[in-house]
Design a protein. Structure first.
Length: 152
């Protein structure tokens, strides 16, 4: 197996979450419409949050293509629940927004992609976010850290 951001993002995009549209790298919207929400997609500017690889205690001598490595990378996603102004405030959105985020977290935790393990999922503060066009929405960002196996 080789490293593949597309394998990870395609795995996430293939998840089914009731009432939420999930996009992959090729589906990052330039503008989000009311009818698109709730929407979950890769962050347009802060997508890959970093990563590290290592031998995880395995022997690293020998042919480079036969060495066993594990890489940990974090991918940032955006969850847009509803446009700002559709209710009196974010607090009215909390019941349905938290329910949808919980469903996303469960789906990501159960994701099955060959040679990829979900290591952690971090939900960042709920609040106002902007789509790439600058429209304001209630939502949050979610960081997904995965471990990818190479030369297994």
């Amino acid at each position: 197996m080789t490293l593949s951001t597309l394998n990870v993002t395609n795995g996430i995009a293939a998840l089914t979450v009731s009432g939420v549209t999930i996009k992959g790298l090729a589906g990052i919207p330039e503008q989000v419409q009311v009818r698109d929400c709730p929407l979950f997609f890769p962050h347009p500017e802060e997508f890959i949050q970093g990563g590290a690889g290592g031998d995880e205690g395995m022997e690293t001598f020998g042919i480079s293509t036969a060495r066993f490595w594990l890489f940990n990378r974090t991918y940032r996603y955006v969850y847009l629940h509803a446009p700002v102004g559709t209710t009196r405030g974010i607090f009215e959105q909390y019941p349905t927004m938290t329910a949808k985020v919980d469903l996303i977290l469960e789906a990501v935790a159960e994701m099955d992609v060959t040679d990829v393990d979900v290591r952690s999922i971090t939900v960042n503060q709920f609040g106002q976010l902007q789509d790439p066009a600058g429209s304001k929405f209630y939502g949050c960002t979610i960081d997904i850290t995965v471990r990818e196996k190479v030369n297994q």
